[in-house]
Design a protein around this ligand. Structure first.
Ligand SMILES: [Zn+2]
Length: 284
């Protein structure tokens, strides 16, 4: 494992653990879903999935990459890409600064070149700790450049989404990212590139309505909320009660939106198998 990677990973694992109160409580942490307490080392061993009920606790972008990639294969792409404030939205630059300090991220997406089981690919991971993983100009540009990089190098593209949608503070410029990212994915796919979209809790709004739904293969973690508008908004709009489990991974699999549900410990074997089947990063 290269030095930069282990340093950054350690730093972000610490942030992640602090945010979720795992360091303060030192030994055991209660699951927000089932309430059962488990030893922190068991949470760690389980890649932050509750050892009792299987609840998938949100994880940061670097944490996910650390758990997924072959050791030493991580190479960050477009690391210096910075968020913009095109509308001069009040308090936005300060908020971005605070979040950078808190999470170690420049914005809500990390792009990287890496390998899984020796299969090289381009990865983008959204991080919900940064303004709910929302897509502003920097996130949209990073996804676009990652798709272009994958097109040029003829590598598969794998995106892990976790997002509240388009970023309010960048208004119309955020909405434009939907068309931009969708076009970049389209160009990549039309040249035969394989795009695997991996949805995690929650993936909503403009991210669902653009690149997250365009995968050649659509995968999701168990229990993830995936949709455009939230269930409450839909219920108020249509004046009806929604079916149980609506907008959750299991419901979406049953209704044909997803190809498979992948629990967190299965990402590596599943991706290794898929990339092996699509040798050379080709869709077919
Ligand atoms: Zn639990």
């Amino acid at each position: 494992m290269n030095r930069l990677f282990s340093k950054r990973r350690d730093r972000l694992l610490t942030y992640q653990a602090m945010r979720e109160g795992r360091i303060a409580s030192s030994k055991r942490t209660a699951c927000p879903a089932c309430g059962a307490e488990s030893a922190n080392r068991d949470w760690e061993r389980n890649v932050q999935v509750c050892p009792q009920c299987g609840y998938h606790s949100p994880v940061g972008a670097y944490y996910r990459l650390a758990a997924l990639l072959d050791p030493g294969s991580f190479q960050e792409l477009e690391e210096k890409l910075e968020p913009a404030d095109p509308l001069e939205f009040p308090g936005y630059p300060e908020k971005l600064e605070d979040l950078e300090e808190e999470t170690g991220l420049r914005d809500a997406a990390v792009a990287a070149l890496g390998s899984v089981g020796m299969h090289k690919a381009v990865f983008v991971v959204l991080d919900s700790r940064f303004l709910m993983g929302s897509m502003g100009t920097a996130v949209g540009e990073k996804v676009t450049r990652a798709a272009e990089y994958a097109t040029k190098r003829k590598l598969p593209l794998i995106i892990f989404s976790a997002s509240g949608g388009a970023r309010m503070q960048e208004g119309i410029f955020s909405l434009m990212q939907m068309a931009k990212t969708a076009a970049a994915i389209q160009r990549f796919q039309s040249r035969g590139g394989l795009y695997i979209s991996c949805l995690t809790h929650p993936t909503t709004g403009g991210v669902t309505a653009s690149f997250a739904s365009l995968g050649d293969i659509m995968l999701a973690e168990p229990g993830a909320l995936i949709g455009f508008a939230g269930p409450r908004v839909i219920e108020q709009t249509i004046g009806e009660t929604l079916p149980e489990g609506f907008q959750r991974s299991e419901y979406l699999l049953e209704h044909g939106f997803l190809d498979r549900i992948v629990s967190r410990d299965q990402w590596r074997p599943v991706l290794i198998q898929l990339l092996g089947l699509h040798e050379g990063g080709k869709r077919s």
